[in-house]
Design a protein around this ligand. Structure first.
Ligand code: E4P
Length: 217
């Protein structure tokens, strides 16, 4: 499963990228706001830093304007993925841009039928939002499993990009189901390395090592 960092904060991306554990980045208008940066500047900076796909979202709601915004974003770098919302106009934009060879991430997906129609419209990635479904008492992981089954039934090339990931459990469950990609905030990605038994075990090893009076270096 590929890992994307769900943030527009360059320092956070750089830290994960140095470790070689991220395969791309996703941003959205809320994350751009949180970064406090200009969308074009920060997106270009992220694209220069990371080799994989970097999602940048259009903000128009009508296809004609969305397509113009998407074309402008696509010019920033070869690894731009234009992100469009799962609306009728978003699907029209998806079809046009993907036909031009631009990667498209169709976002704000909350149903299997939405994922199906996005794949038909040529989406490179579909972004089902797990956490936001969990928030309204619908199991977001069930949606990932349903989309996996549908895409496998018909050999769709569209990659399932599990989004709105809030917990480390979301990550392991997505990997078990077979999501192609998961995007998570850096704080969640860093928590993947944590386990209380690792901390306790290390503490004991350090205590015992101190008693040996030895040094390795
Ligand atoms: C995905 O591309 C979105 O940017 C993101 O995962 C949304 O997450 P949230 O529901 O925690 O805002």
């Amino acid at each position: 499963m590929k890992f994307f960092a769900d943030t527009a904060v360059v320092d956070e991306i750089a830290e994960l990228n140095e470790l070689g554990i991220i395969d791309g980045v996703t941003t959205n208008p809320s994350l751009i706001l949180k970064s406090g940066r200009d969308i074009l500047e920060v997106t270009k900076e992220i694209c220069d830093l990371v080799d994989g796909p970097v999602s940048a979202e259009v903000v128009a709601t009508e296809a004609e304007e969305m397509i113009k915004e998407g074309r402008k974003l696509a010019k920033l770098a070869d690894n731009i993925t234009v992100k469009v919302p799962l609306t009728w106009d978003g699907l029209k934009t998806c079809k046009t841009l993907s036909s031009e060879g631009t990667m498209v991430n169709v976002t704000l997906c909350f149903s299997a039928n939405q994922a199906l129609i996005a794949a038909k419209a040529g989406a490179t990635f579909i972004s089902p939002f797990i956490g936001r479904l969990d928030d309204i008492n619908i199991d977001g992981l069930d949606l990932i499993a349903d989309i996996r089954q549908i895409y496998d039934n018909y050999d769709f090339d569209t990659e399932i990009l599990a989004a709105s990931i809030r917990t480390v459990n979301h990550v392991s469950e997505c990997a078990k189901i077979g999501a192609d990609v998961m995007t998570a905030p850096p704080s969640v990605i860093k928590k993947l390395a944590q386990h209380p038994l690792t901390d306790a075990g290390l503490e004991q090893f350090m205590k015992d090592w101190a008693k040996t009076g030895q040094n390795i270096l």
